[in-house]
Design a protein around this ligand. Structure first.
Ligand code: MRU
Length: 345
């Protein structure tokens, strides 16, 4: 089985997701700048995986700090955390992980610089371990929502590649299969970055899960044919009211699901829920390079100089969301109350 991101004695090791499915190349990052670059360039992507990578980036940055006194260490630590926070704006897991590392640093100053470095490495490894366990729980809760014999449509990649392992939306599919259900998957290709075609199709096929690839504009046709029982997607940030930011095109899929009377589920860990953001309009949406739209594998497919928009995410309003599957169970409307309660349990 492949490893999305891993802490090794040589550095932070990641499978390069920009090269999949053609080539399985592992990259080793020995300093935090390299890790920040990998997040920005989407060598590693997917909200929980970005969080894990950022925590490891901070840890490797901290290990390499030369300062011997705490004041100097803190100054460097702050620089490291700031750079990692500037990589991608939408997935809140990034900021959640950085905040967790900051808290550990602040609470353990008394250890002194060298022992604090070890403590930070241990914390990053724990975030990694926890994420896999959390996804398995999401999988168990979500798996119960699918029928014995089910066809699920998913968008983008919310699988093992988007997390420390197992996945959120794909974790639900894996959970249902492990519970003895028969699940088939339709994967949207997910233009423009093609996470569905390149990554979801690759990892499901590797796992021998029945997967059929469609282009994004085929989803309506497939739903109208009665081929889809449920939609399950991941999330990059969920607002306090249950509005969901996820990969561009998710909103369209949610509208189609509503039109066809198909349940639309979002699978995400608590670290994706941002109670500080009241509703989806306030979620920052990343705009990426226009070349992702005008080019396919380096080849131009649109006229030079054409105006382009490339928002990487959209927001699905809570009214279109049937349920939010978390490691603590499934939350349904009213989301304000249900999501808040998750944090007090
Ligand atoms: O731009 P990406 O590939 O990082 O976007 C990924 C998604 O939108 C995923 O659906 C989301 O992060 C959930 S991953 C478990």
């Amino acid at each position: 089985m492949f490893k999305t991101v891993e802490w090794k004695s040589t550095g932070v090791v990641m499978i390069d997701q920009t090269l999949l499915p053609e080539r399985e190349v592992y990259r080793t990052y020995r300093d935090y700048r390299g890790v920040a670059g990998a997040i920005k360039e989407m060598v590693v992507r997917g909200a929980p995986a970005i969080g894990v990578a950022a925590a490891m980036g901070i840890a490797i940055g901290a290990v390499k700090v030369k300062a011997k006194d705490m004041k100097g260490f803190k100054r460097e630590f702050d620089k490291i955390a700031k750079l990692l926070a500037s990589t991608r704006p939408t997935a809140v897991n990034l900021f959640w992980a950085i905040e967790r590392m900051r808290r550990v640093a602040a609470e353990n100053e008394g250890l002194g610089v060298e022992r604090l470095k070890k403590r930070l490495v241990a914390e990053a490894k724990e975030i990694h371990r926890d994420d896999i366990e959390i996804n398995r729980r999401i999988g168990r809760h979500g798996g119960t929502l699918l029928k014995k014999n089910s066809t699920v449509l998913t968008h983008c990649n919310a699988g093992a590649l988007a997390t420390a392992g197992y996945g959120t939306a794909l974790g639900v599919i894996r959970g249902a299969i492990e519970a003895g259900k028969k699940v088939r998957v339709f994967a949207d290709e997910t233009r423009p970055f093609l996470q569905g075609a390149r990554l979801t199709a690759w990892e499901l096929k590797k796992d021998n899960i029945d997967v059929t690839l469609i282009t994004d504009n085929m989803a309506g046709y497939i739903m109208k044919k009665g081929l889809i029982d449920a939609v399950v997607v991941g999330a990059d940030r969920i607002a306090a009211n249950g509005d969901v930011a996820n990969k561009i095109g998710t909103y369209t899929v949610a509208l189609l699901a509503r039109e066809h009377g198909i349940p639309f589920y979002v699978a995400a860990p608590l670290s994706t829920i941002d109670l500080k953001i009241k509703h989806g309009d306030n979620i920052p949406i990343e705009e990426r390079d226009s070349a992702e739209v005008t080019h396919l594998k380096g080849r131009r497919i649109a006229p030079k100089g054409i105006a382009v928009r490339n928002p990487a995410f959209d927001v699905t309003p809570n009214r279109l969301v049937t349920g939010i599957i978390t490691e603590k169970g499934v939350v349904r409307r009213p989301y304000n109350k249900g999501l808040k309660a998750l944090f007090s349990k």
